[in-house]
Design a protein around this ligand. Structure first.
Ligand code: NAI
Ligand code: MG
Length: 504
């Protein structure tokens, strides 16, 4: 009993503590939905003191290509929590996405997007949908490392790392454990990308072993997203990499009824950022008709992150009650079901009126019961034996007949390196390609040791040293080849760390 009293006193202290939060009002509908949400938090005595920061369109247009002022970083560093309305990234002017910049520079590795349907009050074909998408937030194609290499060819590097995979996969299982969820589904495309998506999947299978009470399964992303769109009620927690997660979380939010409803958390080790999942909706900005629910749900996630669980419940329950009593903004208004079509400000007022009430139709929010805490251990790098066994030299050549470049390169013999094969867009074209294969000006020429035994299916490579590579490059340059880049071929503990060419 004594303990219970102490605990509840401690919780009261947390609940009532005044917490400063960096608040960005955003662009388009941003300021309208932010004001509505701040009003609700204030009426709920949430103990949140906003410290406003400038970021977004105006900052970009004032000539700051990052879209965020220096002072904003200082406020973020001090407060550690950001509450952010959507912003507009000016199109086609070469500005970097501020969202990506914030996520990466603050180490916000996990993007958590719960989406559930509010049938019948919000129209959806999927009354039982209740999914949480946990998306890796820093890596993958969103590393944004792109190059034009030849007249024909541009590339974007897809970077997947073991620490990145371990962190996000563990976060997903820990989240499932903390919030009483039954199953975690991994979505990747490792039938094609065996090394990158293969690593994500491998780490998933390893870590899943540590959570025997939580079911796990894996799906290839294309069929997985199709099934998610058709049977979302079959999913519980989904963990996936950055690009796939970006796409499927929009699909999930859309089929649940409105992009205007879902909030998201971007979680890092030291900083966390909370926002709606939708954008700045310039088409309806300034009209006081936007649905503030996405940002309200983000606020609930933020309050829960700050340990203000009772306040989070209070707001969530008032919001659920408002929805089930039929006070709906235009995006979710239904003639037969809604009581009244309300504006952004009216919606917030209706929520405020219901603070303290609990829904009668929807299950009520019970965050106050607490959840397990989520801890992610430090990454420990394992040391394996790394051996150089060859090099892929990428050459810009305007010809079209692989026999010509192939025979020329066969002549190049430097320090016992020899040409093994040439691919064009990943397909083997030399030796023995097919004449139907279309060739661009981007030729990947694989050189390995003369002593390598390259019979399939198990080629045996031999170690080479980097001086051989340098000598080869120098020779190629002297012979007039336009080398655009190289990739070293390594084995790690005797296992091939590079893909074979298609048809190799
Ligand atoms: P959007 O999400 O802003 O709008 C898509 C559609 O949904 C529009 O018809 C809009 O009216 C509607 N909509 C969105 N939120 C709504 C709400 N709360 N209530 C009622 N209707 C709502 O996506 P769009 O048009 O592709 O992007 C607009 C701008 O937002 C772009 O500059 C984009 O870069 C930016 N954006 C920013 C994000 C962020 O700051 N986190 C995320 C996504 C986009
Ligand atoms: Mg997106």
């Amino acid at each position: 009993m004594q303990n219970k009293v102490l605990e509840s006193k401690k919780r009261k202290v947390e609940e009532n503590k005044l917490v400063k939060v960096a608040v960005a009002q955003g662009d388009g509908i941003g300021p309208e939905i932010m004001q509505a949400t701040l009003n609700i938090m204030q009426a709920a005595d949430a103990g949140i003191e906003p410290e406003f920061i400038e970021l977004g369109e105006q900052v970009y247009l004032a000539g700051n290509s990052a879209g965020i002022q220096e002072r904003a970083w200082e406020v973020i560093n001090r407060n550690k929590v950001i509450f952010k309305a959507p912003i507009t990234t000016p199109q086609g002017k070469g500005f970097k996405s501020l969202n990506v910049t914030l996520r990466k520079s603050l180490g916000l590795f996990s993007n958590v997007r719960p989406v559930n349907s509010l049938h019948p009050y919000v129209h959806t074909h999927f009354p039982k949908m209740n999914v949480v998408i946990i998306r890796e937030n820093e890596e993958d194609l969103y590393a944004g490392i792109e190059h034009q290499q030849t007249e024909d060819v541009v590339q974007c590097l897809k970077l997947i790392t073991r620490p990145g995979c371990e962190r996000i996969v563990r976060y997903a299982f820990e989240y499932a454990k903390a919030y009483g969820r039954r199953k975690v589904t991994c979505m990747v495309k490792d039938n094609i990308m065996k090394l990158t998506d293969g690593l994500f999947h491998k780490v998933f299978l390893e870590i899943a072993q540590e959570y025997p009470t939580i079911q796990n399964n894996s799906q290839i992303i294309d069929i997985g997203s199709a099934k998610l769109a058709a049977h979302p009620e079959d999913y519980d927690v989904i963990v996936t990499s950055n690009l796939y997660g970006d796409i499927i979380s929009d699909i999930a939010a859309e089929i649940a009824g409105s992009v205007g409803m879902a909030g998201s958390a971007n979680i890092g080790t030291n900083v966390a950022m909370f926002e709606a999942i939708h954008g700045s909706a310039p088409d309806i900005a300034g009209k006081n008709i936007a649905n503030p629910s996405g940002l309200i749900n983000a606020a609930v996630m933020m309050l829960s992150h700050l340990g203000k669980l009772e306040t989070a419940d209070k707001i969530k329950n008032a919001w659920l009650t408002t929805i089930e009593e039929g006070y709906h903004t235009a995006d979710i208004y239904q003639k037969d079901i809604s009581t009244q079509k309300v504006s952004t400000t009216q919606f917030a007022e209706e929520v405020i009126k219901r603070l303290g009430k609990t829904p009668s139709f929807f299950p009520k929010s019970t965050l106050y019961k607490g959840s397990g805490s989520i801890t992610i251990p430090e990454y420990k790098r394992k040391q394996s034996k790394k051996e150089l066994v060859g090099v892929d030299v990428f050459i810009d050549w305007a010809g079209t007949d692989p026999q010509i470049i192939g025979n020329d390169l066969l002549e190049v013999r430097v320090y016992n390196l020899k040409l093994k094969m040439i691919t064009n867009r990943g397909v083997k074209v030399f030796p023995a390609g097919r004449k139907e294969t279309y060739c661009t000006d981007h030729w990947r020429c694989r050189f390995v040791s003369e002593k390598a035994v390259i019979n399939q299916p198990q080629p045996t490579y031999k170690p080479i040293n980097y001086e051989q590579v340098v000598a080869l490059l120098s020779q190629l340059n002297n012979d007039g080849f336009d080398v655009i880049k190289t990739e070293n071929l390594y084995e790690f503990d005797g296992k091939r760390g590079f893909s074979l060419g298609q048809g190799e």
